[in-house]
Design a protein around this ligand. Structure first.
Ligand SMILES: Cc1ncc(COP(=O)(O)O)c(C=O)c1O
Length: 402
């Protein structure tokens, strides 16, 4: 049914190709003309999908990944989100999974067999490391961790059986930026698949596939959804072979994101650029304030010119987001925890990317294997939400006076 007044599908596709990312966010993953002109794609819930006859059934069985086939393979709501993300990430296709961590584990499992070797940055999100140590090792995959700031630590660990290099840039605890171009070149030379957790920057501020990365992973739980009420992961790949391999693993393992989550992520995507702009500018203002505060020994924010990784950040990223860390001079856990407990606006909790500011004490020393953490003071990671930034600075300032 044609609805007058809205742009046609072909016009919409042409617009997507010629517009900037912020504009694309409102054009992608929707076909209002195919749904009575309704602005957002509906939530399709299904397990069973019916086929008209056995000929149609057989046709569908040989084309499972390209049509609505069975609930676990995705619904039209899942496909709308996947299409939107593939467009923004500049990938071949995207696969939605039930969480950020399942996107990571499914991607890793897709290319590793017994006897293979995998290289993972020592500064990644700890559950990624845990998956590698507890599950990959158990099934006979050898894992080594490399120092993301020392490319020779990566080079010397490449073996004939190395199948994957897994990056997280910046690291979501300590914000190291990796030399992505050099790493992807090295990987190509050695026929290694590269993966990068892009949850911090989102495809709005960094497009890994444009830099030669094969698989870009998003915990859509964070900024894409943006309201701390969704668990979801997104895997975007460079080509059809990578797609088939990863999609096959996802459906075989039985991973299946809910259509409601996909709908919420797609809705979150529409406001991503304005939310990120507030997170970006607010976090930078607080980071600068912390840099000049005598209680703080170091601020770990990649977009601050004083940061040792600033040049690399500038090379790859078009914006920074709301998550960064700082190190207090204070070394007493009791005193720091008292300070945290006195905060009124910064809430204590895991994850990030929502509208509310969060704070978390973190202890990287325990988790590091090769990139040793020698800082003495306590590291606090904060996520700067959408509140008024002066209110947030006052909250920190009052707590620091304790
Ligand atoms: C960098 C990063 N990647 C992946 C994840 C995992 O996402 P999820 O919580 O959706 O499993 C997280 C969660 O905190 C994260 O911080």
């Amino acid at each position: 049914m044609m609805v007058p007044g809205l742009i046609g599908e072909l016009e919409r596709i042409a617009l997507v190709k010629e517009t900037k990312k912020e504009t694309k966010l409102s054009l992608v993953g929707r076909k209002p003309f195919e749904n009575y002109g309704i602005v957002n794609p509906p939530i399709y819930r299904t397990s069973t999908v019916l086929f008209k006859n056995t000929k149609e059934l057989e046709k569908a069985m040989s084309n499972k990944f390209n049509q609505v086939y069975y609930g676990r393979y995705g619904t039209p709501t899942t496909f709308a989100l996947e299409d939107a993300i593939a467009e923004i990430e500049n990938g071949y296709r995207t696969i939605a999974t039930s969480s950020g961590l399942s996107s990571i584990s499914i991607s890793l499992l897709s290319f590793l067999s017994k006897g293979d070797h995998c290289l993972i940055s020592d500064c990644v999100y700890n559950p990624t490391k845990k998956f590698a140590i507890k599950i990959l090792n158990k099934f006979g995959v050898k894992v080594d961790f490399y120092d993301p700031l020392n490319i020779s630590s990566l080079k010397k660990n490449i073996q004939s059986k190395t199948k994957i290099i897994f990056m997280e840039s910046p690291s979501s605890l300590t914000f190291e930026i990796e030399e992505i171009e050099e790493i992807t070149k090295l990987a190509k030379k050695n026929k290694i698949v590269t993966m990068l957790d892009n949850s911090w920057a989102t495809p709005l501020y960094f497009t890994p596939i444009n830099e030669g990365v094969d698989v870009s992973i998003l915990a859509a739980t964070k900024y894409i959804s943006g309201h701390a009420d969704v668990m979801l992961g997104l895997i975007t790949v460079k080509n059809i072979n990578l797609f088939n391999q990863i999609k096959n693993t996802a459906v075989t393992l039985g991973d299946s994101p809910g259509p409601e989550e996909c709908y919420l992520a797609l809705r979150g995507l529409r406001t991503l650029s304005s939310r990120l702009e507030h997170h970006r500018s607010g976090a930078l203002k607080i980071a600068r304030w912390l840099q000049n505060n005598d209680k703080v020994s170091r601020v770990l924010h990649p977009a601050l010119p004083k940061n040792p990784n600033y040049e690399l950040w500038n090379k790859y990223f078009t914006g920074s987001t709301g998550l960064f860390s700082f190190i207090l001079k204070e070394q007493s856990k009791i005193k720091v925890f008292k300070m945290i407990d006195s905060l009124k606006l910064f809430k204590l909790g895991f994850s990030w990317g929502g509208y509310e500011s969060l704070i978390l004490p973190v202890f990287p020393k325990i988790e590091r294997k090769v990139a040793k953490w020698n800082e003495k003071g306590i590291l606090l990671r904060i996520h700067v939400g959408l509140e008024n930034i002066d209110d947030l600075i006052n909250d920190l300032s009052t707590a620091f006076k304790l």
